[in-house]
Design a protein around this ligand. Structure first.
Ligand SMILES: C[S@@+](CC[C@H](N)C(=O)[O-])C[C@H]1O[C@@H](n2cnc3c(N)ncnc32)[C@H](O)[C@@H]1O
Length: 284
């Protein structure tokens, strides 16, 4: 019988509280513990403890320390996977009028490489492909868009490849795009195959794995600079720097900030939209 999500998985009161558990375990996962203090997350962790047959946070703490797979499972519980199409629409507007044009000016042909890190169920990379199709594809027939979308969670990637969405994830979508690229089926909105085929999905852990290289633009929103510890943020920032071409662009979440590093790796271009450009000092 399936477990109901609203069930109360009460576990016994061991010596370790939920807060202590998170404080000790988060750094082991490369995360910071502060944002997780929400009732929903506690319930999900308790449910996991119950499913594994443990009875308190202390026992689970030991399990996570000893089992790398369980570290992955707990990381998934602690990071939110919600996304939506054209999230923070002004960012996509700015991209359309101020970022794509200068990239394309220097690129009469070849590939425009974009990487969406922590892509959830595909809303972000598909939005980038939709923007390209709507505004640029016709004028740049010799340029091929390559959108790479990565996530640590296989389940999210499977959903992304299916390309079927609830109305709630489409609320920032311009109506024209919705009508042109989606069909409604059984209350879900199904993305057109031509857009589905334009994004390559891969499982990838941005914290522990090497970056993909040669990117013109990286979207890394609502993951690294929200959930990761400062140390992990700095580590990932260096990877993103390496991944980008010399004048490449980095977009982070609207409520996020880059950690301070010296020497500077990125300069802000559109501070409100959190759009940065890779900083390459000119030779003396
Ligand atoms: C809140 S969603 C962000 C989705 C999208 N970027 C946005 O801003 O709408 C965070 C995503 O990061 C993924 N994630 C968590 N840890 C990760 C890691 N170490 N490497 C890659 N993806 C990760 C989660 O599975 C989740 O799908």
């Amino acid at each position: 019988m399936g477990l109901k999500s609203n069930r109360n998985f009460s576990i016994s009161k061991g010596p370790m509280s939920f807060d202590q558990f998170l404080k000790e375990i988060a750094p082991l996962l490369g995360l910071q513990w502060r944002p997780f203090q929400r009732r929903g997350i506690k319930r999900k962790v308790e449910r996991r403890i119950y499913e594994l047959g443990f009875s308190c946070f202390d026992e689970y703490h030991l399990k996570v320390r000893q089992d790398p797979d369980e570290k992955g499972s707990l990381s998934k519980i602690l990071t939110v996977t919600l996304s939506r199409f054209f999230r923070d629409q002004e960012v996509f507007d700015t991209l359309g009028h101020s970022i794509f044009p200068p990239i394309l000016q220097n690129k009469a042909e070849g590939e425009l490489n974009i990487w969406s890190v922590g892509c959830a169920s595909g809303e972000e990379p598909y939005s980038l492909s939709l923007l390209w199709n709507q505004q640029f594809k016709k004028d740049y027939p010799e340029v091929r868009l390559f959108v790479l979308a990565t996530d640590i969670d296989e389940k999210m990637l499977r959903r992304a490849k299916e390309g079927r969405y609830k109305k709630s994830s489409l609320r920032e979508m311009p109506m024209k795009i919705l009508q042109e690229y989606f069909n409604e089926e059984d209350g879900l909105f199904v993305l057109h195959p031509s857009i589905k085929g334009s994004v390559e999905f891969k499982r990838h852990d941005i914290l522990t794995e090497e970056p993909f290289l040669g990117m013109d633009l990286i979207f890394c929103r609502n993951l690294v600079f929200t959930y990761f510890s400062k140390e992990s943020q700095i580590k990932v920032l260096a990877k993103l720097f390496r991944s980008l071409k010399e004048t490449g662009y980095l977009v982070i979440g609207k409520d996020e900030a880059l950690p301070l590093v010296y020497p500077t790796l990125f300069i802000p271009l559109f501070s409100d939209q959190k759009i940065y450009q890779k900083f390459t000092p000119s030779p003396q």
